[in-house]
Design a binder for this molecule. Sequence first.
Ligand SMILES: Nc1ncnc2c1ncn2[C@@H]1O[C@H](COP(=O)(O)OP(=O)(O)OP(=O)(O)O)[C@@H](O)[C@H]1O
Ligand SMILES: [Mg+2]
Length: 552
Amino acid sequence: MAGQPIFILKEGSKRTRGRDAQSNNIMAAKAVAEAVRTTLGPKGMDKMLVDAMGDVVITNDGATILKEMDIEHPAAKMVVEVSKTQDDEVGDGTTSAAVVAGELLKKAEDLIEQEIHPTIIASGYRLAAEKAVEVLNSLAMNVDMSNHDLLVSIAETAMTGKGAEASKRLLSEIAVDAVTSVVDTNEKKKTVDKDNISVVKKVGGRVEDSELIKGMIIDKERIHSNMPEKVKDAKLLLLNSAIELKDTEVDAEISITSPDQLQSFLDQEEQMLKKIVQKVIGSGANVVFCQKGIEDLAQHYLAKAGIFAIRRVKKSDMEKLARATGGKLITNMDEVTSEDLGYAGLVEEKKVGGDNMTFVTGCNNPKAVTILLRGGTEHVVDSIDSALEDALRVVGVAIEDEKLVAGGGSPEVEVALRLQEYAATLEGREQLAVKAYAEALEVIPRTLAENAGLDPIDMLMELRSQHEKGMKTAGLDVYEGKVVDMWKNFVVEPLRVKTQVINAATESAVMILRIDDIIASTRAAPGPEDMGGMPPGMGGMPGMGGMPPGMM
Ligand SMILES: Nc1ncnc2c1ncn2[C@@H]1O[C@H](COP(=O)(O)OP(=O)(O)OP(=O)(O)O)[C@@H](O)[C@H]1O
Ligand SMILES: [Mg+2]
């Protein structure tokens, strides 16, 4: 029996080992980083993503691009995860995180070629990351919530180069106002719950018409024109169930033999509806927000009682309304008391862009605010929304952490320089890995320069020399093509954005590096979710060309 091959894997399983496995994984991860690289920085471009249904998303946001791209390669997916984690943790820096992860792997590849073992590279990278975070912490400056202008600068930096560029000043002011009004201060620690800030998008008008409302906006109009348009000192009933007559569960048939009988049947129905409305009135409510339907006749009775009512309110809005007005969500009308009602200073219907919307202001809890976003077309509003989202997040993070660093590539150059010095103090081959890490970080200033059409080598030399002279905040003015003090240019970012990039990118690079064996079982016949894939034309995305077809 000697010489008989033994099969331990299912037939058709594919196994890639050693160098091949490593270089496949690294190539895939690099391709992902390359795909988002051109969007980095103020002069970065946008991408248009078309899904299988033909829906179009135009975005500059790293995490959104990678999510929409529907990536399949397992190692490439890890880079997508880096970007996603970055988005969850801080909301900004998602492109940087993917780009740094890709560059770390590219540098690692060179080292592997020089016969340096991946575990040595991994441990060197870990040392470097630790040091990098230490250096970043030492660069951080304090920001206080009361420093309004600085907070606006943070928001502006996050919005730079995105769809909202043209009106970023106004939107930044709105973002700062919104975040500062929802800050919770307890035991000296500040927290920002972004759930308290809603964004309502309304196509039409100009971006400049966007505004912050201290309260909530519900995109619904009152259900009956006889209802009051405005209710002061509003007592809100938040109803989960419908104001309708219930259909019987069983198929009942009622035989009616005379017109009188029909009339009394209808009368009875009317009475039942009247009773429900009586309960609403009895509770003392003068505004009803109903998550389900309200029958025509009930609408009429409510209007007659001078009650303002809207129906089919979204569940998420109902929950926010409950929080904002201090009301309870009521399911059973029989149990409602006046204590269950919410309070708002004013409930009012107003016309916005041709549609009527309901504004709820002067709430019990002033911590609920709404940003009303306006813009020419749906895509414009969507892209502004995503830029605003970044701004809201970074302002929140800055208020929570109270630590800032300058942007424009300055922290990366400074950290790289410090890492080079640190490398010199190390013995053994890890020194090379730390050096490689330092070089990898310079991908950020290099890409900022490239995307702005500047010479990356000249710019990097200039940046390094300024930093060596002690100008720790020297970064790239991409508009003028000069190296300037970013702090003076008001290009500032929360420290957490930068430390998160370091941590997430390092972890995933190390994880990918440590893999030397890929065992992939053959797929069963493609299920419906696998059939869609990338829509035609997506294969030609810049940077994705490097991935050989069907690599896994
Ligand atoms: N006015 C500016 N001048 C120079 N650099 C800037 C300026 N504004 C922002 N930057 C830099 O641009 C980079 C951020 O670019 P960008 O916002 O496109 O990507 P990201 O923040 O990494 O990811 P994303 O915003 O897609 O989540 C940061 O390094 C930041 O310091
Ligand atoms: Mg950004």
